[in-house]
Design a protein around this ligand. Sequence first.
Ligand code: SAM
Length: 275
Amino acid sequence: MQATLYIVPTPIGNLDDITIRAIEVLKTVDFIACEDTRHTAKLLQHFNITTDKISLHQHNETQRSVQIVALLNEGKQIALVSDAGTPLINDPGYELVNLCRDEGINVTALPGPCAFVTALSSSGFPTTKFCFAGFFPIKNQARLQMLEEVANAFVTYVFYESPRRILPTIALIAQEYPLMQAMIAKELTKTHENYVGGNADEIVKWLKEDITRQKGEFVLILRANNTEDNAQVPSEAMALLNALAKELPKKRAAKLVAEHYGLNTKLLYNALLNK
Ligand code: SAM
């Protein structure tokens, strides 16, 4: 059998969410590479899986990936799991997968639990175009820049947020963009699963009402109230549009900038006419 690296998602709360195939793979591979061997040991014990474990976390990923690729080259089958959810989604594994691809080693991913997909699919926000942007930025300037990006976009944004920062982050949104649509999805698949949405002010109120509500794991979903009719043209796109319109017919300039930024041509053309 060809050596394969299996990317194996694990539950984000409810243990029943593991798949039959995930259990089979975890039982039959030679090694399981895990972010935290003690954490994964509890999951493996629950499903009577006795496979040997190797640690692979953000601090040893480079060196450990080389060792795991050597094992794969010897013909060993290896599964990669993270503490919860889908490996590589804000979790370690990128260097290993990339190295495997470079070396022509077979990599296959099993579908399974992922917190942001779970939150997004049940949020009621538009899902045809979305941007998953990992953890919401921590530094002040980056936080404001991110909110400006969301405010100028036509897509739904999904973030992870820590319990320590959930209240300050939502309070910042309430202060800077009070009309932005927001939702938090908390403790998904667990006993205290909860979705709170509306605008940021309402979420701040809910979080403050009972301090225990600020504990747990959170997904944050944001979307500007932009439609292609009322949208503001982002300043960067407007600058390019103005520069091109000096050299080209307005319609052509609008079309080029629309294609480049994924914006609406009519919106850009009108912006030029209304200048
Ligand atoms: N790989 C994981 C996945 O597939 O979702 C994400 C790992 S990331 C390091 C951990 C973050 O995901 C948490 O801080 C939280 O924001 C989010 N998360 C994980 N489990 C969650 C849950 N049950 N409910 C809400 N958010 C969750």
